[in-house]
Design a protein around this ligand. Structure first.
Ligand SMILES: Cc1cc2nc3c(=O)[nH]c(=O)nc-3n(C[C@H](O)[C@H](O)[C@H](O)COP(=O)(O)OP(=O)(O)OC[C@H]3O[C@@H](n4cnc5c(N)ncnc54)[C@H](O)[C@@H]3O)c2cc1C
Length: 328
């Protein structure tokens, strides 16, 4: 029997989280490289239906583990349900999105099964029959190649924003859905609302265009300049850490090692120096435009287009040009 790769889907407000498509892209590549069969697993409550969306991806099948105890996320119920499914199916690889939820339950799951868990993976490749997973170390200064030791299943969480969800191969016709019986029980703890879905929180990981502001903006009142540029581009505003530390923008707008990791189509860095802790959160962007008065600023090392000059001149002029184009 062929080895199996299982992707554990993630839900958000009863819908499939966009990060699941990214994990499917990574898993489809791993399946092509290893010859393993890919299946997609949904843990859901009685009122949920993630499987219909999962059936649209190219895979060898969708598995539905449905139970009352899974209606609201609980680390214990998730762990128990997954232990039951994985003990029966014995997959070789189990992939998750590296979300807050995964960070909560996956270490517990791997520990309970006595298996290894490689987290925050940015690339997977197969060399001489060995599967090698790269993950960042030391705030992204190094990418470490890691291999699994011991018996499968091997647990992997995939960094959000690295693989493109829109590149996940779609099925010509919906793939078959089958049931996986599970009998989990929620633990004694009470699960609070998910961190990322806190009121007013913004999910920058899904933004197509981001205008990020750094200390070059000088004062909170000048943020308006960048906000106008973001509005003209139809994008979200983000910032380096000092801007959020000063309370000029909320923490959920921070990009970097202690903020969000983003991979928009366009990232415009305005008065951002490009410290390593910032770069690690945005270097997966498809196109980077940097505006900085210092030609030696490290942000230019990752920029596709750079403008050396005063942002207070460049940003309003750029905004006006974009608005003209949009109106024309
Ligand atoms: C443990 C740890 C975690 C961290 N996590 C993060 C993180 O998640 N995200 C993050 O961003 N940082 C993080 N940092 C901080 C990081 O090291 C940098 O200090 C920070 O990114 C610098 O922010 P900045 O680029 O806005 O400011 P600065 O480094 O001060 O750069 C400002 C830039 O603006 C330019 N500038 C000034 N005036 C103008 C003008 N008029 N026109 C054009 N350009 C101008 C300057 O040339 C300069 O390059 C972390 C640090 C540590 C130690």
């Amino acid at each position: 029997m062929a080895d199996e790769i299982l992707v554990v889907a993630e839900s958000r407000n009863q819908q499939l989280a966009p990060s699941t498509a990214e994990v499917v892209t990574a898993a489809q590549k791993l399946a092509a490289d290893t010859g393993a069969e890919l299946r997609l697993l949904a843990l859901e409550g009685p009122a949920e239906d993630l499987c219909a969306a999962l059936a649209g991806f190219q895979s060898a099948g969708v598995l539905r583990a449905r139970h009352e105890a899974l209606a609201a996320y609980s680390p214990e119920a998730y762990t128990q349900a997954l232990v039951q499914v994985l003990s029966r199916r014995q997959p070789r690889y189990v992939l998750f999105a590296h979300s807050y939820r995964t960070r909560d339950f996956a270490p517990r799951l791997a520990t309970r099964m006595g298996r290894a868990f490689i987290s925050d993976v940015t690339a997977v490749r197969v060399e001489n029959g060995r599967t090698i997973a790269s993950r960042p170390m030391f705030e992204g200064r190094l990418a470490a190649d890691t291999v699994f030791l011991g018996e499968p299943p091997y647990f992997l969480s995939v960094q959000i924003g690295v693989f493109r969800g829109d590149q996940a191969a779609r099925a010509a016709a919906p793939v078959a859905i089958s049931d996986e019986a599970v009998t989990p029980a929620a633990g004694p703890g009470k699960t609070e609302a998910p961190f990322q879905e806190a009121k007013h929180a913004v999910d920058l990981t899904q933004a197509a265009v981001i205008v990020a502001v750094g200390r070059g903006i000088k004062e909170a009142k000048n943020l308006e300049l960048a906000q106008k540029l973001a509005a003209a581009l139809g994008g979200e505003i983000a910032a380096s850490r000092p801007i959020c530390d000063s309370g000029w923008l909320p923490m959920d707008r921070q990009v970097g090692s202690s903020g969000q990791t983003v991979a928009p189509k366009l990232y415009v860095a305005v008065g951002v120096s490009g410290a390593i802790q910032h770069l690690v959160g945005m270097k997966g962007s498809r196109a980077v435009v940097a505006i900085n008065k210092d030609p030696e600023a490290p942000i230019f090392e990752v920029a596709d287009v750079g403008a050396v000059g005063d942002l207070f001149e460049i940003v309003p002029a750029l905004t006006a040009e974009i608005e003209k184009l949009r109106q024309g």
